[in-house]
Design a protein around this ligand. Structure first.
Ligand code: C5P
Length: 223
């Protein structure tokens, strides 16, 4: 049984306003995708990165042999499917699906998801409590919506980890438009369990996320 991983990095990262794909953005001298691959590489034996088709050689340079690079698709779901196909998984393998944008996720979280699948779950995802007060979206006149009980909600991170046959089936039969892999699997009846996420698993999305990314990278680089 192999533990393998797909790192999705084929998005443009337009919300970050950079002139390169987001995953190529350098933080403390290393591209985000390289941070993601090296941290996940502590758990996974084989890693495939899905990259924008026009930037394959730049991604190969960034990961420097630590992962295989394949072209992603138009949607995240297509990119994950391309990564799964490239891994040529056996049914009993375990596969982690991780966003390069969550480049600093703590390896202990990835390890916890793997343990949950080894203990019998079909899949496992990291979640965190929601810290903000939540209301439903405002109406057309701008009036705020109803408050909702935040204790009833969790924010979902990656890696999302599955027995390989579950991930493959979810991507073969799941509906288009899901924003994560666990939702695809859940709608087919698979049992997905939650493990504790980590603050460092945040998704580098907006310019204001960069100072935190820099601070974490500096801590990780410190001798
Ligand atoms: O757009 P969003 O932030 O949800 O993207 C999550 C992850 O999916 C990012 O790491 C991004 O690079 C990846 N992605 C992809 N292929 C796409 C779109 C997004 O691999 N077509």
């Amino acid at each position: 049984m192999t533990i393998a991983a797909v790192v999705t990095a084929a998005g443009s990262g337009s919300r970050l306003g950079a002139d390169v794909p987001k995953a190529l953005l350098h933080v403390e001298g290393r591209a985000l995708v390289a941070w993601a691959v090296s941290r996940l590489g502590e758990i996974a034996e084989a890693v495939v990165v899905t990259a924008p088709a026009a930037h394959l050689s730049a991604f190969e340079e960034a990961v420097d042999g630590a992962a295989r690079v394949v072209a992603g698709g138009d949607t995240r779901q297509d990119s994950v499917a391309a990564g799964l196909a490239a891994l040529a998984l056996d049914d009993d393998d375990i596969v982690l699906i991780h966003d390069a944008a969550r480049a600093f996720q703590d390896p202990s979280v990835a390890a916890a998801t793997v343990r949950a699948v080894q203990s019998g779950a079909d899949g496992a995802i990291p979640v965190l409590p929601v810290v903000d007060t939540l209301v439903t979206a405002p109406g057309p006149d701008g009036s705020v919506g109803d408050p909702v009980d935040r204790e009833a909600f969790r924010a979902v991170q990656t890696p999302q980890t599955f027995r390989a046959r579950v991930a493959l089936d979810a991507h073969r039969r799941g509906s288009a438009g899901a924003t994560d892999d666990a939702s695809l699997a859940r709608e087919l009846g698979y049992r997905i369990v939650a493990v504790d996420g980590h603050e460092w698993g945040f998704k580098v999305t907006r310019p204001s996320d960069l100072p935190l990314a820099l601070s974490i990278a500096a801590q990780l680089e410190a001798p």
